[in-house]
Design a protein around this ligand. Sequence first.
Ligand code: TRP
Length: 346
Amino acid sequence: MAQRPVILSGIQPSGKLTIGHYTGALRNWVALQDSHECYFMIADLHAITVRQEPEQLRQRTLDTAALYLACGIDPQQSVLFVQSHVPEHTQLTWVLACLTGMGECQRMTQFKEKSLQHRHNVNVGLFAYPILMAADILLYQADLVPVGADQKQHLELTRNLAERFNYYYGETFRIPEPYIPPLGAKIMSLQEPTKKMSKSDPNENAVLFLTDTPEDIQRKIRKAVTDSGREIRYEEQRPGIANLIVLYHVATGKSIPEIEAEFGSAGYATFKAALAEALIEFLRPIREEYLRLRAAEDHLHNLLAEGARRARERAAHTLQLVYERVGFLKAPVLEFSGAVVSNQRG
Ligand code: TRP
């Protein structure tokens, strides 16, 4: 069989996943599995560029793994792994960092935004975030990288770094292409519908999580901000109702004109009640499967171990080539005594 094109993508375990992650990432990943060789990671190294509570990070990493699976990622077909389980990511980051200009990182829109948001913790990791992302992608020789539009600039940097490395050291990396999901993939905040729905929004009512209970969904949809007028019609100048129509489309598969015809002048209350019902039914199987998988922690750990093994196989091969090209002396094979190193004196 001809080699299938390689895909790599990831989500940070820095919060609970939202319905926006489903439309913008997970459902597209699931659809790509048959035709591509897929690597889907949980980007925990990226997550610590902003402060994370350690135990919460550990739990969220498992939550995210369970949700990938609950949404339809097939661990036999695709490689599902945790970024920090594959040390080659950090190793390649260093090499690429030495090829990156300060100005290139300084220009990144996301860095500028996040340095304002986290004024008291503008750390070097946050600055180097896009270089780590380039390493993620280049290690697997990915052809295609599904990302949201906000990550396109990072992908552009990735391509530049790959070309630069290839130019200095000889052909080593494949040059990846971005894969931007189709329109309608972007879900807006339920409270401020001109802003993207974000897992880290402090206002819980603004965000629909994939794990929300039917009661959560009822409440959030009831409280969702709408616009003046009462017509159920998709119009850009009415972002609140437009977003709810998109959500109804996501939950039912019905087209926008079909939805407009169905509800027309039925009024917001009727539409919202139908939307809440549709979302509850849509999210029910995901939530149930998530709860089942999340309860079986040993099974999750085993799947992630197998994913790490398969990921490392590919990553180690690329890193070895890179180290050779850069001129590092072949590393000796080490054997350890097994002695325990303690952080206590005496
Ligand atoms: N930065 C991405 C985001 O926040 C997550 C990510 C990390 C990623 N490494 C990646 C996405 C590599 C695609 C490829 O959305």
